[in-house]
Ligand binder design. Structure first.
Ligand code: ATP
Ligand code: MG
Length: 391
């Protein structure tokens, strides 16, 4: 009898000819995510993965629940295909379920069997009935409820017999790496980590860019961004983080351009630098955490002015979300507590008193021409610090 974990994957079923590719990427992502758990083996089976040599570190379930592409998973017992072993494992499963429910009181259950090995002597129905009757004898006080049971003991007869009672939701989405690469503009705030998570969930690999305004922003604020990246790597694998010095650009804009356009101009510079890094990284799109109307620089007019700075598409997955919804997601993905640490961000340093909410593109371009953008951008990119963030 062996403890294994059964992983189910989803949407990649839909991918027709690409399916073997998607499966290979997913398997490799699972293996990488579980690297820290020594001896673990990932085995591909029909429409499933099995994890063998699970060990006894309970954090493995947390780790698995973050892997994009997995719909759900179950800690399972694997036994040989004979009735004695199956009965014994069914007892263990039910006992585990009873402990999880906090006791046997009024517990209802059913057994649900599936048989992909048709040479097994009992049909699925017969197997469920036999095991159900066995459990009723062993655990006086429980009852069968086939319609609405508190516990379902699942039995799958394949090359081995697998039994489980828990089905834990996975992260869903698609395996990271199957949908290209994007550059995430990552501030230390609440929104951009959530934006990166949402796009990565659709199978996109992330490179992150953070603008740092030393000495106005401290090393702690940089550490905070590295920590946010590290949390994201739990979902999407290693992230290369570019920390780009932004102080000179901000000072130049502050000295030479109209105050009310400062945030917008900063945003345009961020986009342009993001685009250069994206090309270097062979990424085709940018991601930001902007949400419509949240602040002056996120009105429809402001977003158009920002988009004009680059020729790449800019993905804004939070565009239609309320702040409360974004906060809920940030909590769910575990970035919230880090995001609210009170270190200053570069955007809070040179803030215009009366930012434009309906900027005109021609005026913004005129203002931008007052600084030597090309030189400033080249200098910033050349001095970027590159940090490889792994879990
Ligand atoms: P966030 O919570 O992500 O900081 P926000 O609501 O505070 O978002 P802004 O500060 O206006 O919004 O920034 C809008 C977007 O611009 C951010 O979501 C992020 O993608 C990008 N951005 C802002 N500041 C930085 C920065 N210092 N480094 C990298 N990207 C940034
Ligand atoms: Mg911000």
């Amino acid at each position: 009898m062996e403890n294994v974990i059964l992983l189910r994957y989803g949407e990649i079923h839909l991918k027709g000819q690409n399916r073997p590719y998607f499966e290979r990427v997913l398997q490799s992502n699972i293996e990488k995510a579980l690297e820290a758990y020594k001896d673990v083996r990932v085995i591909k089976a029909q429409g499933r993965y099995f994890i063998e040599n699970v060990g006894d570190d309970p954090r493995i379930y947390d780790t698995i629940s973050r892997i994009f592409g997995i719909i759900s998973f179950s800690p399972a017992l694997r036994v040989a295909k004979n009735m004695e072993d199956i009965q014994e494992a069914a007892e263990l499963q039910l006992k585990d379920a009873i402990d999880a429910q906090g006791g046997l009181n009024g517990l209802s259950f059913k057994v649900e069997s599936r048989r992909s090995d048709k040479t097994f002597p009992l049909t699925s129905m017969e197997l469920s009935r036999t095991i159900g009757a066995h459990l009723l004898r062993k655990f006086p006080g429980i009852k069968v409820d086939v319609h609405n049971p508190m516990v379902t003991i699942h039995i799958e007869v394949r090359e081995w017999t697998y039994m489980y009672h828990r089905i834990i939701p996975g992260a869903g989405g698609m395996p990271v790496g199957t949908n290209g690469k994007a550059v995430l503009l990552l501030s230390g705030g609440i929104d951009s980590p959530v934006a990166g998570w949402m796009i990565s969930k659709r199978g996109v690999e992330l490179t992150a860019v953070h603008f740092h305004s030393f000495p106005y922003t401290s090393d702690r604020s940089k550490e905070k961004v590295i920590d946010l990246c590290r949390i994201l790597t739990g979902y999407c694998g290693p992230i290369r983080l570019y920390v780009v010095p932004f102080t000179r650009i901000q000072q130049e804009l502050y000295q030479k351009c109209p105050d009310k356009m400062l945030t917008l101009l900063m945003r345009r510079f961020m986009m342009k630098i993001g685009e250069i890094i994206a090309r270097r990284e062979e990424a085709g799109v940018l991601i930001t955490g902007e949400s419509l109307g949240q602040v002056a620089s996120q009105t429809l007019e402001s977003l158009s002015v920002t988009d004009d700075a680059v020729s790449m598409p800019v993905l804004r997955p939070l565009i239609g979300m309320d702040k409360i919804e974004i906060i809920d997601m940030a909590k769910k993905i575990d970035t919230y507590e880090t995001s609210i640490l009170p270190y200053e961000d570069c955007c809070t340093i040179f803030v215009p008193k009366h930012p434009l909410t309906r900027p005109r593109l021609d005026k913004v371009r005129e203002a931008e021409a007052l600084v030597d953008g090309k030189e400033l951008i080249e200098d910033a990119v050349a001095n970027a610090e590159v940090i490889e963030v792994k879990e």
